[in-house]
Design a binder for this molecule. Structure first.
Ligand code: AHR
Length: 500
C-alpha cells in the first residue's frame, strides 16, 4: 500500500490560474482553420471565430492566451494586420512552411477572440526584426485612452475604447529564431525596448516578460538577470515582471523526435522521464532567480512547453501537426503537477499550442473538431486554477525499462479552493501496474469524495472517426477511512479527486 499525506493546515502558495494558459501562433493550422475561419465561412462562427473551438476552450477555462508567436512574433509587423481585411499587406511565413500569411487575423481579431474566451491577453512583441518605435506604437494603439495618432487610428479601424494588455513579451527566443543574440546583447536591447512599453493607464500595469532560457541554458538566465534585473522597491521590479522558460519534450532527441503514435514501452518511459525533467529546470533556473529576487516577485513564465514529435505523415513538416495519445495526457498531468508544486515561482505557463499544432488540446479537420487526451487533463485540473497549493507527499518507486530513463511511478499535487474543498490530482506513469494509495489527511474528517479519471491503453487516442475513445470518466473507487481516503489508481491514468 502506497502512503500519501496531505496537510491542509500548510498552505504553500497560490496556484495562479495563468499556469493553465495556452499559446496560439501563426503556424500551420493553429490560427487559420483551427480558430479563425472568417465571417463568411460555412463553419459556424462568431465574428470569424469557430464556435465549436471557442465553446470547447471555454469549458476548460482558458485563463490567458499568448499570441502571435513564437518565432513568428519576431517577424510580425503589427501594422500589416490592421485596417480593412482585403487591403492588408501579405507576407511570407518564413519560419513555418514558407506559406503566404494574409494578415486577416490581426490585433483586432486577437482581442475579439480573447473577449469570446473571457481570457487575459499576452502579446509577444517583435524585438528581433522590429523597431522600438514600432513596439511603442503598438502599445499606444492598443492601450492609450485619449487623443493620439495611434488611438485615433484604432478608432478609425472600428475600436474606440482601448483594450487591456495584461502581459507583453519583449522578443521571443532571441537566442535563436528571434535574432541569434548572445545574452549580453539581448539584455541591453531588452532594457531599451521595455522602456517604451508604457503603462498609459496607471491602473492597468502591463506585465513585461523578458526572454529567458531554452532548457538548461543557465548562463543565459544568469547574464540576462545581471543586466536586466533592477529592484526599485519591494513591489516594483523596474524592468521586468517575468522571465520566460521554454521546454519541449522530444522523445528521441531534437533531430529525430519520434512518432506521436507509434512507440514502445521504453520510449513511453523515456518521454515521461523527459517530462519529469522540467522539475529540475524550474529548480535550477529558479535558484538563479532567487539570488536576485528572493521574495519571488518576478514570475517564471513557462510560455512554451509540451511534446514535440515528428509531424504526421503526409502533412506539411512546417505545420507541426501531431496526434495526441494517453502519453500526452500523462505528460500534461505530470507537468501541471510540477507547475502547481512550484507555484511560488511559476506564475504562468502556456501549452504549445492550442489547436492543430504540437501538443494541441483540440484538433480540427474541416468542420469537425475533436478533443485530445491532453484537453481532458486540462479539464480535470481546472479546479486548481487560483486555489491554494497545500503540502502533500506520496511514496514513490522508480519504474521503467532502461535504467537511464526510469521515472517515479506516481506524481501528485493538492490544492484547496476558497470553500475548503481539496483537489487531488495524481498521475500513474506505469504502463501496466495499478497502485493502492492510502491517504492521510491531517485534521480533516472526510464527508464526500467525487472522482474523475482520464485513462486508457498507452497508445489510445481520439480520431475524427472515433472522437471519444479517451474522455473524462467518472471514478468512484474511493473509500473514506478514519484518517482520510483509500483508492486504487489504474495503470496509465490521470485522476482528479474532489474531497470535502
Ligand atoms: O512552438 C513552436 C516554436 O517553438 C515557437 O515558434 C518557437 O518559439 C519555439 O522554438
Amino acid at each position: 500500500m502506497t502512503k500519501m499525506v496531505i496537510n491542509p493546515n500548510r498552505k504553500l502558495s497560490r496556484i495562479n490560474r495563468q499556469i493553465y494558459g495556452h499559446f496560439s501562433e501563426h503556424l500551420g493550422r493553429c490560427i487559420y482553420e483551427g480558430i479563425y475561419v472568417g465571417e463568411n465561412s460555412p463553419i459556424e462562427n462568431v465574428n470569424g471565430m469557430r464556435t465549436d473551438v471557442v465553446e470547447a476552450l471555454k469549458e476548460i477555462r482558458v485563463p490567458v492566451l499568448r499570441w502571435p508567436g513564437g518565432c513568428f512574433a519576431d517577424e510580425y509587423h503589427w501594422m500589416d494586420g490592421i485596417g480593412p481585411a482585403g487591403s492588408r499587406k501579405k507576407m511570407i511565413n518564413t519560419n513555418w512552411g514558407g506559406v503566404l500569411e494574409d494578415n486577416s487575423f490581426g490585433t483586432h481579431e486577437y482581442f475579439e477572440l480573447c473577449r469570446q474566451l473571457g481570457c487575459q491577453t499576452y502579446i509577444n512583441g517583435n524585438l528581433g526584426s522590429g523597431t522600438v518605435r514600432e513596439m511603442s506604437e503598438w502599445i499606444e494603439y492598443m492601450t492609450f485612452d485619449g487623443i493620439s495618432p495611434m488611438s485615433e487610428l484604432r478608432g478609425k479601424n472600428g475600436q474606440q475604447a482601448p483594450w487591456k494588455v495584461d502581459y507583453f513579451g519583449i522578443g521571443n527566443e532571441n537566442w535563436g529564431c528571434g535574432g541569434n543574440m548572445n545574452p549580453d546583447y539581448y539584455a541591453n536591447e531588452y532594457r531599451r525596448y521595455q522602456s517604451f512599453v508604457r503603462d498609459y493607464n496607471n491602473e492597468d500595469h502591463i506585465q513585461k516578460i523578458c526572454c529567458g532560457a531554452p532548457h538548461e541554458d543557465y548562463e543565459w538566465t544568469k547574464e540576462v538577470l545581471a543586466t536586466c534585473f533592477r529592484r526599485t522597491s519591494e513591489e516594483q521590479h523596474g524592468f521586468m515582471d517575468g522571465l520566460s522558460l521554454h521546454y519541449y519534450v522530444y522523445p528521441e532527441g531534437i533531430e529525430i523526435k519520434g512518432s506521436s503514435t507509434e512507440f514502445d514501452e521504453n520510449v513511453w518511459y523515456k518521454t515521461l522521464n523527459k517530462a519529469v525533467y522540467i522539475d529540475e529546470l524550474i529548480r535550477r533556473h529558479g535558484k538563479i532567480m532567487d539570488e536576485y529576487d528572493p521574495l519571488k516577485k518576478i514570475g517564471m513564465i513557462v510560455d512554451e512547453w509540451g511534446t514535440w514529435y515528428t509531424c504526421e505523415p503526409g502533412t506539411n513538416p512546417g505545420f507541426l501537426y501531431q496526434q495526441n495519445t494517453m502519453r500526452d495526457a500523462l505528460v500534461a498531468g505530470i507537468t501541471l503537477n510540477i507547475f502547481n508544486k512550484h507555484s511560488d515561482r511559476v506564475k504562468m505557463a502556456n501549452l504549445a499550442q492550442i489547436v492543430n499544432v504540437l501538443q494541441a488540446v483540440l484538433l480540427t479537420e474541416g468542420d469537425k473538431m475533436i478533443k485530445t487526451p491532453t484537453y481532458h487533463v486540462f479539464d480535470i485540473y481546472k479546479e486548481h486554477q487560483d486555489s491554494n497549493l497545500v503540502e502533500s507527499s506520496i511514496e514513490t518507486e522508480m519504474i521503467g525499462v532502461e535504467e537511464e530513463w526510469k521515472v517515479p511511478n506516481l506524481t501528485e499535487s493538492v490544492s484547496e479552493t476558497a470553500d475548503g474543498t481539496l483537489h487531488l490530482t495524481i498521475t500513474n506513469l506505469s504502463v501496466d501496474q495499478s497502485f493502492d494509495i492510502d491517504t492521510t489527511i491531517i485534521d480533516r474528517s472526510v464527508k464526500t469524495v467525487k472522482g474523475e479519471i482520464v485513462t486508457g491503453e498507452i497508445h489510445a487516442k481520439n480520431t475524427f472517426e472515433e472522437p471519444e475513445c479517451i474522455t473524462v470518466k467518472k471514478y468512484d473507487g474511493t473509500q473514506i477511512t478514519e484518517k482520510g481516503i483509500r483508492f486504487t489508481i489504474p495503470a496509465c491514468s490521470v485522476l482528479h479527486l474532489e474531497v470535502r
